[in-house]
Design a binder for this molecule. Structure first.
Ligand SMILES: Cc1ncc(COP(=O)(O)O)c(C=O)c1O
Length: 366
């Protein structure tokens, strides 16, 4: 039986090979590797796609968060509220700047930050909220924005997994004051290495971000801030421009793949993922919930089906954050999710036949 990858990036390469090869070749023949014209072209295309006024690309999604927090002046003594159920980068960026992450539990059905639990975490030191659009779906951003407005906070969407997603109020990356994304290869819109971007509607923040990603320069060799070297490579921009041309089609196919999983898995003793009404997920992950998750994952592996766990330990229980004093049981919904989530193969290149094979393997396991 042929192995089924979690995300078949090689199949995607084969599908658009001529376009990729031409785009990469064009950058190499001009030897325009740093801040070539594709970078600005991509920034324009990304803003056109999501509806944010400004886009500043950078080296990766973690730097995007650090740049956003730095542009907003967040640092030592500040608290930033975020979801405990995310990749480490969300909290790492906060801590990197000397600020303190304050973790909030999640909704049991979506695994997204539970907005009803945010207000009780706000203190005099709170400066910002980072809701994470996990698995490709935006949380209740209207609720998060309303809380931030009432308390004078800034909202930064961590949209590393959700570029292209939609809610009733607009698209991911254009719903909040600032948003960040990642172009890590496995993301719905991924490049061929590391990449990221920050989005904002605020021209002054955009200008600050552009300077910070280039060593804090005001003009070449003149520096007004301690910045970073965090540019997106021209080659990555060229790859992303190709993928962006096919992105809407791929998002539509991902909806079909998710629907087909929903059909195939109905009746099995597992919980299928939920997308709330009025939202469009880009299905960065199709994460089911199963008892005995690790045994199920092992049996699927033996049946040739790759799976992954996003994520096995919530951020508040990570060793690195032990000094913050959270204990097992502090944020129980996320702790339960960490024990039971299992991501199945998901991309625009999973075939209906493969999905049947995955569902049959699951049925034989559960
Ligand atoms: C929710 C979330 N935030 C931030 C990041 C960091 O992105 P990158 O790996 O590009 O630094 C990721 C990527 O894995 C992520 O999933």
């Amino acid at each position: 039986m042929k192995k089924i990858e979690l995300i078949d990036l090689a199949a995607q390469y084969r599908a658009y090979k001529d376009e990729f090869d031409a785009a990469i070749g064009a950058v190499c023949s001009r030897a325009s590797f740093i801040m070539g014209s594709e970078v600005a072209e991509l920034e324009r295309a990304l803003t056109a796609h999501c509806g944010a006024a400004h886009c500043v690309t950078c080296a990766n999604g973690t730097d995007a968060l650090v740049l956003a927090l730095r542009a907003l002046g967040i640092g030592p003594g500040d608290e930033v509220i975020t979801s405990t159920f995310s990749f480490i980068a969300t909290a790492e960026a906060i801590a990197t700047l000397g600020a303190t992450p304050v973790f909030v539990d999640i909704e049991p059905d979506t695994c997204l930050i539970d907005a009803t639990l945010i207000e009780e975490k706000i203190t005099k030191r709170t400066r910002a909220i980072i809701p994470v659009s996990l698995y490709g779906q935006c949380p209740d951003m209207a609720a998060v924005n309303a809380i931030s407005k009432e308390h004078g906070l800034v909202v930064i969407e961590d949209a590393a997994q959700s570029f292209g997603a939609r809610t009733g109020n607009g698209k991911s990356c254009a719903l909040t004051r600032v948003a960040t994304t990642s172009f890590f290869p496995a993301k719905p819109l991924g490049c061929y290495g590391d990449g990221g971007a920050v989005f904002t509607g605020d021209a002054a923040i955009a200008e600050k971000l552009s300077s910070l990603r280039l060593h804090g320069q005001s003009e070449r060799y003149y520096h007004r801030d301690i910045g970073m070297n965090s540019r997106l490579d021209t080659l990555q921009a060229a790859v992303l421009l190709v993928k962006l041309r096919h992105f809407d089609d791929e998002i539509a196919i991902r909806q079909e793949v998710a629907r087909h999983y929903d059909e195939l898995l109905t009746g099995l003793p597992l919980t299928r993922p939920t997308v709330r009404a009025g939202r469009l997920s880009v299905w960065a992950q199709y994460a089911v919930r199963v008892k005995d998750r690790d045994t199920v994952a092992q049996k699927l592996k033996e049946a040739g089906v790759a799976t992954a766990v996003h994520y096995p330990l919530p951020l508040h229980l990570q060793e690195v954050f032990a000094p913050l004093g959270y204990r097992p049981g502090s944020l129980p919904v996320a702790e339960e999710a960490a024990r039971t989530v299992l991501s199945l193969p998901m991309s625009a290149f999973v075939t209906p036949g493969q999905q049947k094979q995955i569902a049959d393997a699951l049925r034989g396991t559960l």
